[in-house]
Every structure is written in structure tokens, then in C-alpha cells.
Ligand binder design. Structure first.
Ligand code: F6P
Length: 324
């Protein structure tokens, strides 16, 4: 393989730049030419790509976001879009791809590989940590710490005013950010999409706290929770609880996606970037590089997409015990 390309796609995640850096420097080390594709699959379709050197990735290991920019491409979901992408890659002599992203990114890569046979290796970049085939994804640790910082701040004001706060964290289908930030932030309850916590249980937990003279409470809600987002959950509680309860809602939203990547994310991103690159050069294709039990592993895209990554339900039990 003489020339490869790297791109970032889907929601950005802190550490993506460290991953790009590892891919580019790894390629330079192994004597392979490397191109950067801008704006994910949209850039691939438009032929928006440029040759990178070791210098192109100087001074980015500490930066959040992605220097290659990202997009969720609708056009790549169409056969016409993928044909254009293939033609652009052929024109630039690209023989292999490194895709940094999440589920949607790898679904696209898998279909593309089946249609056009360009070998692709993925690196898991998403704050959600919802990919089977790796213990952690790039950006998750930073997002948890960002959420935690906000929870700590909210705890101060919650306690000053004797209020209940519902704090919404990201996670459309996954409760990883909610669980980790909830445990570290000492939340009274964590609500996640994977396990239904009925409103009656939320009320009961809050009431038990009041009986023990708790004057403020924090409930962390993953955005994709079955009872609704934090505002909807808070509304239901207000309607069902008698008496005067002072409730506030904070949605952390995209603050969790930005910011300086943590040391852990930079290290993970570096290992996965180099791992993906060296896998591709060694003949791997249609797989995602991941780290499981501190070992580099490659998992077929099909499995990373199809297989669920279950949360540890015992951690939810722990939240309840420790908030007594
Ligand atoms: O996939 C990462 C994620 O941050 C989800 O947790 C969230 O639901 C989604 O992206 C938001 O996407 P967008 O930036 O397109 O609104």
C-alpha cells in the first residue's frame, strides 16, 4: 500500500486530533503517503483531500474538535454518493482508508468496502462509548470529566437553594456518560436508556432522601432515557409530587463534545490511531481497532455495529446505595 487517507466523521470527540496525528506520523514512519479528507464522507464525495506530512499534525495533540472537520453525510447513504466518493479516491490514488468515528461512520465504511473493495480500518471516536469491540472510545473520558465539572458546580447551587436538579448528559442510546459522571458526582439517581427507571421509582428515591433530611438532590438523565429527556422527566415529577418542590433542569448538551482532551483520551487516541494504521498496512480490512483489557484488538465492523455494549447494571445499584 503506497497511499492511504484518513478522515473523521459523525459527532466530533476530544482526542480525534491525537488520533489523526498518530495515523499521519505512523504512515510517515512506515514510508506510506497519507492524505487527509475534509468533512468526512462529504469531503470524500467532493474530492476535498490534501496530502499531509508529519508537520501537518504539529501542535494538535492537545486540541479538541477535529482539524479535518466532520459531518454526518446524507449523500454517502446513496449509491450515487458512494460512486462519486470512489471516483474521487481513485483519482487521488488512495488505496486504503482510516475512518475515525462511531456507528454511522462504520456502517458507511462497511457498505462502501462491499461495493468498491477499498480496505478500511476504523478507530472508535465518539463521546458515547457505545461501540462493541473496545473498552473505551476516544472522547468518552473527556466528556465524562466535562459533565462531572458541571455536576460539581450545580451541586453547590443545588445545596444553597435546597433544590432538585435534573442534569441531562449526552447519550442517545447509551448511558455510559450518565453512569460514570453520576457516580463520580455523587448523584442520587442515574437514568439511562438501557434500564427503565419508572417515574414512581424516581419519586420514591427522592422521598426517601427527604425522609433522611436530604435538602438537595441531583438526578443525572441520559438524553435518550425511556421516560424522556431531563425536562420531560422533571415535568412528570412536578405533576406527580405533592407539595412545594423546587426543581431545576440543566442540559449540558454540546459542551460535552468540546474541550481539551484528557491525558487518557490522548493516549487512547494515539494507540488506536497507530493501531488502525498498522492494521491496515498489515492487511486488515473492514475492522475497528479497539483496546480491550489493555490489548489492541480488531473487531469486524459488522460486530461493532450489531452487537450491543451492555452497561454494568451493578453500577446503577451502587449509585442508589451510595446516595443513602
Ligand atoms: O454521537 C455522539 C452524540 O454526541 C450523541 O450523544 C448525541 O445524541 C449526538 O451526538 C448529537 O449529535 P449532533 O451534534 O448531530 O446534534
Amino acid at each position: 500500500m503506497k497511499r492511504i487517507a484518513v478522515f473523521t466523521s459523525g459527532g466530533d470527540a476530544p482526542g480525534m486530533n491525537a488520533c489523526i496525528r498518530a495515523v499521519v506520523r505512523g504512515a510517515v514512519y512506515h514510508g506510506v503517503e497519507v492524505f487527509g479528507i475534509r468533512k468526512g464522507y462529504n469531503g470524500m464525495i467532493a474530492g476535498d483531500m490534501f496530502q499531509m506530512s508529519s508537520h501537518s499534525v504539529s501542535n494538535i495533540v492537545q486540541r479538541g474538535g477535529t482539524i479535518l472537520k466532520s459531518a454526518r453525510s446524507k449523500e454517502f447513504m446513496t449509491p450515487e454518493g458512494r460512486k462519486k466518493a470512489y471516483e474521487a479516491l481513485k483519482e487521488h490514488g488512495i488505496e486504503g482508508l482510516i475512518a475515525i468515528g462511531g456507528n454511522g461512520t462504520f456502517t458507511g465504511a462497511m457498505i462502501f468496502q462491499k461495493e468498491y473493495g477499498i480496505p478500511t480500518v476504523g478507530a472508535p471516536g465518539t463521546i458515547d462509548n457505545d461501540l462493541y469491540g473496545t473498552d473505551y472510545t476516544i472522547g468518552f473520558d473527556t466528556a465524562v470529566n466535562t459533565a462531572l465539572d458541571a455536576i460539581d458546580r450545580i451541586r453547590d447551587t443545588a445545596s444553597s437553594h435546597d433544590r432538585i436538579f435534573f442534569i441531562e448528559v449526552m447519550g442517545r442510546d447509551s448511558g455510559y456518560i450518565a453512569i460514570q459522571s453520576g457516580i463520580a458526582g455523587g448523584a442520587e439517581l442515574v437514568m439511562v436508556p438501557e434500564v427503565l427507571t419508572p417515574i414512581s421509582e424516581v419519586i420514591e428515591t427522592l422521598q426517601q432522601g427527604w425522609k433522611r433530611s436530604k435538602s438537595s438532590s441531583i438526578v443525572v438523565v441520559a438524553e435518550g432515557d425511556e421516560e424522556g429527556n431531563a425536562a420531560q422527566v422533571a415535568d412528570k415529577i412536578k405533576r406527580q409530587v405533592e407539595g412545594d418542590v423546587d426543581i431545576r433542569v440543566t442540559t449540558l448538551g454540546h459542551t460535552q463534545r468540546g474541550g481539551t482532551p484528557s491525558a487518557q483520551d490522548r493516549i487512547l487516541a494515539s494507540r488506536l490511531g497507530l493501531g488502525a494504521l498498522e492494521g491496515l498496512l498489515a492487511g486488515q480490512k473492514n475492522v475497528m481497532a479497539g483496546i480491550i483489557n489493555n490489548e489492541l484488538v480488531y473487531t469486524p465492523f459488522e460486530d461493532t455495529i450489531r452487537l450491543p455494549k451492555p452497561i454494568n447494571e451493578d453500577l446503577l445499584r451502587m449509585v442508589k446505595i451510595l446516595s443513602i
